[in-house]
Design a protein around this ligand. Structure first.
Ligand SMILES: C[S@@+](CC[C@H](N)C(=O)[O-])C[C@H]1O[C@@H](n2cnc3c(N)ncnc32)[C@H](O)[C@@H]1O
Length: 300
């Protein structure tokens, strides 16, 4: 009896997995066309509808081949922004936090299309020790999300475009202060508040005016708060906070997500598959998210 129940449960799980794979696969063309049509792609990149569909499918399949913390839809959102910018605007694409190279592989494909460099920053030995004062300080996370540099390079060689890639191995505190070239789009996916702080602090001055700073830390309010912190932006850049599009609204870019994300496995795993916040959000230099309405001040 117990064996029959176990077989039935296994079969059910297999069936649901198959259904999920099929529904995800069948949504690739529509997701790709919706996301890649949301910004006009610059004509010099010659992206026909067929090329867009092939790109979306390639990116989706890559996320099946390489374990990744982000979705191909999130990668397509970044692609749509990069391909909307004319080639004469200078700037590299920067990724901070690569793990096994899943997102970097898809970004390398975009870089190849638009003729830009992809600079990949990582320790290539996983997360560092947390720093005193950050919320995850007493969790033992050192070494989590480790992807060795050889593994990342071999993934990109196999599934992406290695020619446009450069790798900067080391802790962000050591490598990023040396960044001294224009950045068109940065993708920051680094898990720790201390790492997010370092990345934004050193990338922002290099970001070109039309550029984008994307982050994966969009589902956690403590992290989103950096982009709204008047104190932080005043202290480091003497400006108003820029805010973060795609975060905090319950409708992050490119993914189903109702939220809030608690990080606990409360939901059935098949719902979790759809609701996992493998999403991104972005900001830009010209944005300002500062509350200015104080009626009492007006009355004085
Ligand atoms: C969640 S993983 C990145 C996932 C990847 N972007 C993807 O979509 O599959 C976080 C990465 O950040 C790196 N990382 C975090 N903090 C770092 C730091 N201070 N210096 C160097 N690497 C860091 C870790 O080594 C890890 O590879």
């Amino acid at each position: 009896m117990k064996t029959i129940r176990t077989i039935r449960a296994k079969f059910k799980k297999l069936l649901v997995k198959f259904y999920l794979l099929m529904s995800e696969l069948s949504s690739v063309p529509i997701s790709t066309l919706i996301i890649l049509s949301s910004n006009p792609i610059h004509e010099s990149y010659r992206m026909s509808m067929f090329k867009k569909l092939r790109l979306g499918l390639r990116m989706y399949l890559n996320t099946l081949h390489i374990t990744t913390g982000t979705s191909y839809r999130a990668h397509l959102v970044m692609a749509s922004k990069i391909m909307a910018i004319p080639p004469d605007i200078l700037g590299d694409i920067v990724e901070c936090g690569t793990w096994k190279g899943g997102s970097a592989t898809n970004l390398s494909i975009i870089c190849n299309i638009v003729g830009r460099k992809l600079k990949v920053y990582d320790s290539f030995e996983g997360l560092p020790d947390t720093k005193p004062g950050e919320p995850l300080a007493n969790k033992n996370l050192k070494g989590a999300f480790a992807g060795m540099i050889d593994e990342v390079i071999s993934n990109i060689k196999r599934y992406g475009e290695i020619e446009c890639c450069e790798f900067e191995k080391g802790w962000f505190d050591d490598t990023l202060p040396k960044l001294n070239s224009p950045v068109l789009l940065a993708f920051i996916d680094v898990d720790l508040e201390s790492s997010l702080h370092t990345c934004v602090r050193w990338i922002w001055p290099n970001l070109v005016d039309q550029g984008y700073l994307f982050t994966d830390e969009a589902a956690f309010l403590e992290y989103v708060a950096l982009f709204y912190s008047e104190k932080w932006w005043r202290k480091y850049f003497n400006r108003n906070p820029p805010g973060l599009i795609g975060a905090g609204s319950g409708l992050p870019l490119g993914q189903y997500f109702i939220g809030p994300w608690t990080g606990r496995l409360r939901l059935e795993w098949y719902i979790k598959t759809f609701e996992e916040p493998i999403v991104v959000a972005y900001t830009q230099k010209n944005l300002s998210a500062c509350w200015t309405y104080y009626p009492e001040d007006e009355e004085q």
